[in-house]
Design a protein around this ligand. Structure first.
Ligand code: ATP
Length: 367
């Protein structure tokens, strides 16, 4: 096992800065995910950890050891590539044995190790098959076995499930987590799929345009997003530009412009939902499941009259779009909440003050 430190790392390809000012600490045995849209620098960062790229600036450490310019074969990392990169005309056994042959492991030990890892990925019945005769999910398992057989300290997985259909993806998610726990191996998982990241990871780093915007547990990232990019990338969110009127000990008062009106809202003042050091534009953010809909007015703060625009039925969830003077709010309700909301109906939307986050706006900025 190994911890990983990335200190002030930058990677430029000519004029393109793929990763900038990156600082990360990944703990021993942790399942850590790089999440972000296409082209945000996830793979480049992973490749710097594997040693396929060397950083332009900065340091990569495993434990306290400086690995910045150590070649890949001397790093003891196992990698699974998006396209698996298997040898199609070799058998499952030979594909998995490859890394051991390169390391000149003797034939008895090699056979035992390959068989053991094939058992672990439940492919021991397939060891004589050619890889080209396997299904996508089975090929994925071969790629995992090939990475694990060398007993790496660090497992690097680059969008390993993106070529599989939804059902197989679910199966392989559990499989990867089971293996990771069994081997207790420090794992970095690259994905652009937020559901995958939230459900699998101990912690997540969210990237955009080569910059890491936030590192946190799935619940921190979802409930306490660092800015509007993170909030919008992880699940659905309502964002309303606001101005801060007053900051008191217990609460913050903000104004949001909706149509020709200004609405005053109060928000709990605690460290993760209001970052007073932020000087630029700020936005109110609230998740669709946090908004409550009432059929009557209520004499409480943060309750506003609106009109139902659309009701979408998703089985367990009902998604309601509410128009507040021209601003559309998304509201998710559980299907067992008894309402007969119809488009055109008058409703009162309540934005509970402890569910609101006031976050910096970075979208559109060149960060
Ligand atoms: P994806 O999810 O599409 O794989 P990513 O987040 O992994 O994307 P990277 O592959 O790390 O993104 O790319 C980050 C940026 O660096 C992109 O703008 C990409 O075009 C650029 N880039 C990556 N590799 C190279 C290279 N070898 N030469 C030049 N530019 C590169």
């Amino acid at each position: 096992m190994a911890s990983i430190k990335i200190e002030n790392v930058q990677k430029a390809f000519g004029k393109v800065v793929a990763v900038d000012q990156l600082n990360l600490e990944i703990n021993d045995g942790e399942f850590f995910t790089f999440l972000g849209p296409s082209g945000c620098g996830k793979t480049t960062t992973l490749r710097m950890i594997a040693g396929f790229y060397y950083p332009t600036k900065g340091v990569v450490r495993f434990g306290d050891k400086d690995m910045t310019r150590v070649p890949p074969e001397k790093r003891n990392t196992g990698m699974v590539f998006q396209n698996y990169a298997l040898f199609p005309h070799m058998t499952v056994f030979e594909n998995v044995a490859y890394g051991l042959r390169v390391r000149k492991v003797g034939s008895a030990a090699l056979k035992a190790r390959v068989q053991e890892v094939l058992r672990k990925v439940r492919l021991d019945q397939y060891s004589g098959r050619q890889v080209s005769q396997l299904s996508g999910g089975q090929q994925q398992r071969v790629a995992l076995a090939r990475a694990l057989v060398i007993e790496p300290e660090i497992l690097l997985l680059d969008e390993p499930l993106s070529n599989l259909d939804a059902k197989l993806r679910d199966e392989m998610r559990s499989e990867i987590l089971r293996l990771q726990k069994e081997y207790k191996i420090t794992t970095i998982y690259v994905t652009h799929d937020q559901a995958e990241a939230l459900s699998m990871s101990d912690r997540i780093a969210v990237f955009n345009f080569g910059v890491c915007h936030q590192v946190g547990t799935p619940s921190e990232i979802y409930n306490e997003p660092a800015n509007d990019f993170v909030a919008g990338f992880i699940g659905e969110i309502n964002l309303l530009p606001v101005e801060i009127d007053k900051i008191e000990n217990e609460q913050v008062t903000v104004s949001a412009r909706t149509g020709a009106n200004t609405k005053k809202l109060v928000v709990h003042n605690h460290p993760f939902n209001f970052k007073p050091e932020g000087k630029g534009a700020v936005s109110l953010s609230i998740r669709p499941e946090s908004i409550k809909l009432h059929s009557e007015a209520a004499d409480r703060p943060n309750v506003f009259r609106g009109k139902v625009e659309e009701v979408e039925f998703f089985g367990s969830l009902v998604n309601v779009t509410v128009n507040l003077d021209g601003v559309l709010l998304q509201v998710n309700m559980l299907n067992n909440v008894k309402t007969n909301l119809q488009p055109g109906a008058e409703v009162w939307a309540e934005l509970p003050k402890d569910q609101i986050r006031i976050i910096p706006v970075v979208s559109g900025e060149d960060v």
